[in-house]
Design a protein around this ligand. Structure first.
Ligand SMILES: Nc1ncnc2c1ncn2[C@@H]1O[C@H](COP(=O)(O)OP(=O)(O)O)[C@@H](O)[C@H]1O
Ligand SMILES: [Mg+2]
Length: 242
């Protein structure tokens, strides 16, 4: 569960209001999507949830834990995949995964089995001993996803996770997101692709210029729009204004 209550954030001393009074409740058992064009404020909000940026205003709780007041406890609740998988390029994949497992205190007895399972699932087991700098964008993305899942967090937070993944891995990741939510956990991800949001999310919020303009299930969103306007049309209009 993620509770976002009245959260705002500006850059450049207020010149750019990237996130403007956003309130969203993301429940257990659902995949929640954050859909918006580039520059809408998705990454800024996600960085605040992950505790990388401080909100100017508002409160964010992950499974009841306030990211500002109890950052370490809150951070143990989620796995975070940033939009840019540029990480420790001079480590091998395995070294990186062991580093992540150390940070999150994953017991030595369980980590190896979990790593092997995930490395095979994403079909990069053969490259695990190679330096990350030799990886393609998609491979880096995969190793970051695996690293974020090693402490088996109940909440997944993924910023544009499908970008750069090959179709097979993208399919696998979506399937894993579904399974994770169906097991009663929370999956929150952002995308600028309407199709992805439509296919993957149980509920979504559409964000533009830092504000949530529509939210709910696909059906609720269609009801709010009325018969006259399609979501695709609305999304095109938002995107064109950028
Ligand atoms: N570090 C920063 N300094 C100044 N402005 C920023 C910074 N990061 C993002 N912005 C601006 O904030 C707005 C939201 O950006 P971002 O959260 O990255 O959106 P999205 O992830 O939806 O593309 C954009 O106008 C962007 O230019
Ligand atoms: Mg972004």
């Amino acid at each position: 569960m993620i509770e976002i209550i009245g959260v705002s954030k500006s850059y450049n001393r207020g010149a750019v209001k990237a996130v403007d009074n956003v309130s969203i409740n993301i429940r257990n058992g659902e995949i929640f999507g954050f859909l918006g064009p580039n520059g809408a404020g998705k990454t800024t909000l996600i960085k605040m949830i992950a505790g990388i940026l401080n909100a100017d205003e508002g409160t964010i709780k992950i499974n009841g834990m306030d990211i500002k007041e109890n950052p370490l406890e809150a951070k143990m609740q989620f796995g975070f995949v940033p939009d840019d998988p540029n990480i420790f390029s001079r480590l091998t994949g395995l070294e990186y995964l062991n580093f992540m497992a150390d940070v999150y205190k994953v017991p030595a007895a369980t980590r190896l089995g979990l790593m092997q399972t995930l490395l095979q699932r994403f079909e990069i087991a053969a490259a695990a001993g190679d330096l990350i700098q030799s990886y393609s964008h998609g491979m880096k993305q995969k190793i970051v996803v695996i690293g974020a899942l090693l402490h088996t967090p109940p909440v997944w937070i993924l910023d544009e996770p499908m970008t750069g993944l090959d179709p097979r891995s993208s399919f696998d990741l979506k399937k894993m997101m579904r399974e994770h939510a169906d097991a009663g956990n929370t999956v929150f991800f952002s995308t600028h692709v309407l199709d992805v949001a439509e296919k993957v999310c149980d509920r979504l919020a559409i964000i533009n210029k830092g504000r949530v303009i529509l939210s709910g299930s696909m059906q609720e969103i269609h009801t709010q729009l009325g018969a006259k306007q399609s979501l695709e049309r609305l999304f095109l209009e938002i995107t064109e204004n950028e």
